[in-house]
Design a binder for this molecule. Structure first.
Ligand code: ADP
Ligand code: MG
Length: 638
């Protein structure tokens, strides 16, 4: 690793300052980032009592040179940048040079390190910022940090910690994100002697997703890929059947850094909007690579925020890449028996006594097999080329305490989340994600063989096709067909206005007024005539003729509200989309019965659409149940 220096005043002043070490998870984050920056390809994290009494992080990276040792724990000492200029193109995860000094100030730290070139290693003790000892010892290449008794000398801070279980939970989440963000690094996470996570580092993102998120998600993934001159996007997103009530599963990594960014969220959610319901969020695991000069990671001390110089470009690429992946897939949710679901859960974690040798064998075999069958992802650019191999790597031989922890693990009963999906499950995943697309319910050929059986509850039409029964929600279908019609009319035709007599008078808030002004031109273009009516009142004198009879006061207000949230996108197309989706919501009301012929026409029309599976608000229009499921329910097969 290149030499550590203390940054000059000017550079220090340009670094986003602030406290970074507020809880054990922050210590783990900083130390794991350092290990990654040191070029490690195997990193072990062990904690006890939520990391409060002990955190041990072992890596097989570059190690620290003896002459650098006195600098490591100084504030603003770093080997990753030299000048303020370097802040403009940061390619490492760290750059502030503050983590180790902050950690050493509030805990008892033991550092054991050895570079490839040196014959012996070094052991350094520092507590509360005071150096205790430095000695030569024998140890493997790489670095181990042991952090004991966090906040032992700052009781006020210790008071703010949550229970050990909660703190361990934060660390566990962090380790999962680290594993997903670096598929090329083998991570092991041990909590109170139990191995909680172990990834192979074979660069196969799908394996890690299976490992971390389980089979339900792994079986419902779509591959996404997109790029332009300066940005590339690769990764997996979930089919719309998998969604969550919060954004926890909406993960993405910019140059392998886990970040949170409103623009990226927006692009993802906008692409999913036609497919999932309001306030539901997809699973995503996206690796975004972008020229380091086009991003600013020096925004916040925790480095969780990021700014893009070409945000619009990124937004568009991301939106279209995800939209393309979602489009044209047959996405009919299947009704499953509850027993089936329970089984899936049990399979997710395979209880099995841990045997170091067996696992290594398994890894080796699967690494060999996975070569051509599975996708691999390019690792991050290696900033430091001197990492040692996994073979020499012996993470557990540094201290006897460590060995004891692992022993406990081996004997104790626990569920190890295995490194890769077992072969059988793997095939199942492949089958479940591929087969449905072949036997399309919707091809022209198939539609001829549909048999409309009838209607239940004045709402659902039953259609038999092949060995499946399909249920179509009449209202959702109606909404969808109408939406497409309006969109098409609005898009293709010269926009015609239809006068409203009397006009609709809107009373707007200041924010709504602003939105109206911002979108005035586009609204006019598609046939709206809206003018000031004194004060906060606006008169809607004309509307697009296709919407005549559909648009009412509430719809217009809803439309304006909807546009208020659009910070990144204000194309006429978006406005059309909003208008169409809101109008048809109003148009389809009540449980009116359709005749058999009307239903047939509606279903036929639905099935000609690009995305017939979801109404404009993301609800499914079609679900299916297989003959097999029914036969199981009737115990014809067991
Ligand atoms: P930063 O990561 O911002 O440079 P830190 O305080 O986290 O600052 O680390 C200070 C320096 O210590 C790093 O720049 C690096 O040179 C060295 N260092 C820290 N951890 C490791 C490690 N695991 N392996 C090798 N070098 C390390
Ligand atoms: Mg660091």
């Amino acid at each position: 690793m290149s030499k550590i220096t203390v940054l000059d005043e000017n550079t220090i002043n340009r670094i986003a300052a602030g406290e970074v070490i507020e809880r054990p998870a922050a210590v783990v984050k900083e130390l794991v980032e350092n290990a990654i920056d040191a070029g490690a390809n195997a990193i072990t994290v062990e904690i006890k009592e939520g990391g409060i009494s002990l955190i041990r992080i072992t890596d097989n990276g570059s190690g620290i040179e003896e002459e650098d040792m006195p600098l490591v724990f100084l504030r603003h000492s770093t080997s990753k940048i030299r000048t303020a200029e370097d802040l403009l193109r940061i390619s490492s995860l760290g750059f502030r040079g503050e983590a180790l000094s902050s950690i050493a100030a509030v805990s008892q730290v033991e550092l054991v390190t050895k570079t490839n070139e040196s014959f012996t290693g070094l052991r350094y003790l520092i507590a509360g910022g005071d150096e205790k000892s430095l000695e030569h010892i024998g140890c493997p290449n790489g670095t181990t940090f042991i952090i004991r008794n966090l906040f032992y000398n700052t009781p006020a801070r210790k008071k703010f910690l949550k229970s050990s279980i909660t703190e361990a939970g934060y660390i566990s989440d962090l380790m999962e994100r680290m594993a997903v963000s670096h598929p090329n690094i083998s991570f092991k996470f041990i909590n109170n002697g139990q191995i909680k996570l172990h990834t192979s580092g074979n660069n196969n993102l799908k394996d890690i997703i299976y490992n971390v998120y389980g089979r339900d998600i792994a079986a419902n993934l779509l591959l996404v890929e997109g790029s332009n001159d300066v940005i590339s996007i690769e990764g997996y997103i979930s089919k719309p059947v998998v969604s969550r009530g919060n954004r926890n599963y909406e993960n993405y990594f910019v140059n392998s850094r886990y970040v949170k960014n409103a623009l990226i969220n927006k692009a993802i959610e906008e692409a999913y909007r036609p497919y999932i319901m309001l306030h539901r969020y997809p699973f995503t695991s996206l690796h975004i690579r972008i020229d380091s000069e086009l991003i600013d990671v020096n925004v916040h001390p925790s480095k969780l925020e990021i700014r893009f110089k070409n945000g619009e470009e990124l937004y568009k690429l991301l939106y279209h890449t995800i939209k393309d992946a979602l489009e044209g897939k047959e996405m009919i949710p299947a009704v499953l028996l509850t027993e089936e679901k329970e089984k899936v859960k049990i399979d997710q974690k395979i209880p099995e006594p841990f045997e170091e040798k067996r696992r290594q064998e398994l890894n080796r075999n699967q690494n060999n097999q996975s070569g051509n069958k599975n996708r691999t992802f390019p690792g991050p650019a290696k900033h430091f080329a001197n990492s040692t191999g996994v073979d020499q790597y012996q993470p557990n031989n540094i201290s006897s305490e460590n060995a004891a922890m692992v022993k406990e693990t081996e004997i104790g009963r626990f569920h190890e989340v295995i490194t890769q999906a077992p072969e059988l499950v793997r095939e199942e995943i492949a089958a479940s994600s591929g087969k449905a697309e072949q036997l399309s319910f919707l091809s022209e050929e198939s539609v001829k063989n549909h048999r409309i059986v009838g209607q239940v509850f004045a709402t659902y039409w039953i259609v038999e096709f092949g060995d499946k029964m399909y249920l179509i929600d009449q209202h959702a279908a109606h909404e969808k067909v109408l939406y497409e019609k309006i969109m098409k009319a609005l898009k293709e035709k010269q926009y015609n206005s239809q006068l409203l007599e009397p006009p609709i008078i809107l009373s707007l808030t200041m924010r709504e007024e602003e939105t109206l002004k911002k979108h005035a031109e586009n609204l006019k273009k598609i046939g709206f005539e809206i003018e000031g009516f004194g004060g906060k009142e606006y008169a809607v004198r004309a509307i697009p003729s296709d919407l005549f009879g559909l648009v009412q006061y509430e719809i217009l207000i809803e439309l304006i509200d909807g546009l208020t949230d659009e910070v990144y996108n204000d194309t006429p197309e978006l406005i059309l989309d909003k208008i169409a989706s809101m109008s048809c919501k109003a148009a389809v009301k009540g449980n009116h019965r359709l005749s058999y012929e009307e239903a047939q026409a509606l279903i036929e029309e639905l099935l000609t659409l690009d995305n017939p599976y979801h109404c404009p608000h993301g609800r499914p229009t079609i679900i299916s149940m297989s003959k097999y499921e029914l036969e199981k329910k009737f115990k014809r097969i067991v």
